[in-house]
Design a protein around this ligand. Structure first.
Ligand code: GTP
Ligand code: MG
Length: 365
C-alpha cells in the first residue's frame, strides 16, 4: 500500500554546505560508499520504520532518531525499502541419502539372517566409544530394542552427563528367538572419553580392548591403563575377543561446539584402530535435540541442512568420511518402539555388520 512518510532526514553534509535538493523522482541508487558514510555519521535507533531517499542514497528511518545536523523535511512514497529475501528453507527438497522408511522388515530380516562367514568366529564384536553422555549406552539399548521389538534398558543410561555414568567394560549379547539363542554379534559399552588426561576412560584401555586384552567386567580407571598383571588383562585373546568394528558415538548437539582438541583422544583411538585394520564408523546421536526439523519429523534427517553441516564438520575434524557417518535418534523417553526410530537404527546396524564382516573375512587364519 502506498502511503506518505513524513520524515525528518539528516543530510550528512557539513552545516556550511547547503543541503541537497531532494528529487523524489530520481532513480534509486544502490548503497555505496556515500551511503556507508552517512550511516556512520547518523545515530540510529533500534528498529527501522521506513526508508527515505536523499540525494545520493536510501536511508532507513528509525523511530526517535536523528543526528544534530541540518534538517530537512521530505515527503516520499514508502515503497522504498529494498526488498528483503525470505530466509532459505532449513531443509533440502530431497533427502541426500535414502532410508527405506517403509521397508523396515527387509532391513530387520537382513540383520536376522546375518551369520559370520568364518567358522572360527562366533560373533562379530562392535566396540562403542565416544564422549561422556554421547548416548553410547542408549545406542546399545536402542539396537537391543529394535531387535527385540520392545524397549530394552540393560545398558544403563545416565540422566546427568557431567562424568561418565558407565564405568565398566561390558559385553552385551542380544537374545534371538529361543532361550539361549543370541545374535552372532555383541556390543561392548565403554566409559566416556573426556578431554583431560586424568578424566574419563584412558585412551590406552580402549586400544587394549581393540586387541582383545580387556576382559568383560573390567572397571575403567581414568588415572592408569590396565596393566598386564591385572586379573582383567587377557594375555592371549582369541579372534572372538578382538574388536571387529569400532563405533564412535558423538552427540549432534555438541558437534557444533567441538574443537580439534575435543576429538584428540578420539583421533588417537581411531589411529590405533586403523593400524590394526579395524573398520570404523561414527554414529551421530541426539539429532532430535539438535534440529527442530528432525524433532518435528525424524524423516527429515537427511533433509536437514543443519545436520548435514554438522556431520561435515565432524567428518573434517575426526577424519571420518561422510559415508561412514550415520545419524540416529536413540530410544530415550519412548515407552514403545517406533518405525522411524527403528529404521534409522537398522540402517546403521546394517553398515556396522557389513564393515565387521569384511574385516572378519580378511583376518588371518
Ligand atoms: N533426545 C535424545 N536423548 C538421548 C539420545 N541418546 C541419548 N540420549 C539421552 O542422553 C543421556 C545420556 O545417554 P547415555 O546413553 O547414558 O550416554 P553415554 O554415552 O552412555 O554416557 P556415559 O556412560 O556417561 O559416558 C540419557 O539421558 C539419554 O536418554 C538421543 O538420540 N536423543
Ligand atoms: Mg554409558
Amino acid at each position: 500500500m502506498d502511503f506518505i512518510l513524513r520524515a525528518i532526514v539528516c543530510c550528512c553534509a557539513k552545516p556550511s554546505t547547503p543541503p541537497p535538493t531532494p528529487t523524489p523522482t530520481q532513480p534509486r541508487t544502490p548503497r555505496g560508499a556515500a551511503c556507508e558514510q552517512a550511516r556512520q555519521t547518523t545515530a540510529w535507533g533500534p528498529e527501522p520504520i521506513g526508508a527515505v531517499f536523499t540525494e545520493i542514497h536510501w536511508l532507513e528511518v528509525q523511530p526517535g532518531n536523528f543526528c544534530l545536523g541540518p534538517q530537512q523535511t521530505l515527503e516520499l512514497p514508502l515503497q522504498t525499502r529494498p526488498p528483503t529475501l525470505p530466509p532459505p528453507p532449513p531443509t533440502f527438497r530431497r533427502p541426500w541419502r535414502e532410508i527405506p522408511w517403509r521397508d523396515k522388515d527387509t532391513e530387520l530380516q537382513y540383520v536376522r539372517n546375518y551369520k559370520p562367514n568364518r567358522h572360527d568366529v562366533q560373533h562379530l564384536r562392535m566396540l562403542v566409544h565416544g564422549p561422556v553422555g554421547a548416548g553410547k549406552s542408549s545406542f546399545i539399548n536402542s539396537v537391543d530394542s529394535v531387535l527385540r521389538g520392545r524397549i530394552a534398558g540393560r545398558a544403563l543410561a545416565a540422566a546427568e552427563v557431567t562424568t561418565s555414568f558407565t564405568k565398566k567394560y561390558k559385553t552385551y549379547k542380544i537374545p534371538k528367538g529361543q532361550p539361549g539363542e543370541f545374535y552372532p554379534f555383541v556390543l561392548n559399552d565403554t566409559m566416556g572419553l573426556e578431554m583431560k588426561e586424568d578424566r574419563g576412560v584412558h585412551a590406552e584401555d580402549i586400544k587394549l580392548a581393540l586387541k582383545g586384552h580387556v576382559r568383560d567386567g573390567y572397571t575403567f580407571n581414568p588415572a592408569s591403563k590396565l596393566s598386564s598383571d591385572n586379573l582383567y588383562y587377557n594375555a592371549e585373546p582369541t579372534k572372538n575377543d578382538k574388536v571387529h568394528v569400532l563405533v564412535c558415538v558423538v552427540p549432534a548437539d555438541k558437534v557444533a561446539l567441538m574443537t580439534k582438541d575435543d576429538v584428540r583422544k578420539m583421533t588417537d583411538i581411531r589411529r590405533a584402530a586403523s593400524e590394526l585394520g579395524i573398520p570404523q564408523l561414527a554414529v551421530i546421536t541426539k539429532i532430535d535435540l539438535a534440529c527442530p526439523e528432525i524433532h518435528k519429523d525424524l524423516k527429515n534427517v537427511y533433509k536437514s541442512k543443519y545436520l548435514k553441516d554438522k556431520m561435515q564438520k565432524f567428518s573434517d575434524f575426526a577424519g571420518i568420511p561422510m559415508n561412514c557417518i550415520f545419524p540416529v535418534k536413540n530410544y530415550s523417553e519412548e515407552s514403545d518402539i517406533k518405525n522411524d526410530v527403528d529404521s534409522l537404527i537398522l540402517s546403521v546396524l546394517r553398515r556396522i555388520i557389513d564393515f565387521g564382516e569384511d574385516f572378519i573375512s580378511d583376518m588371518e587364519t
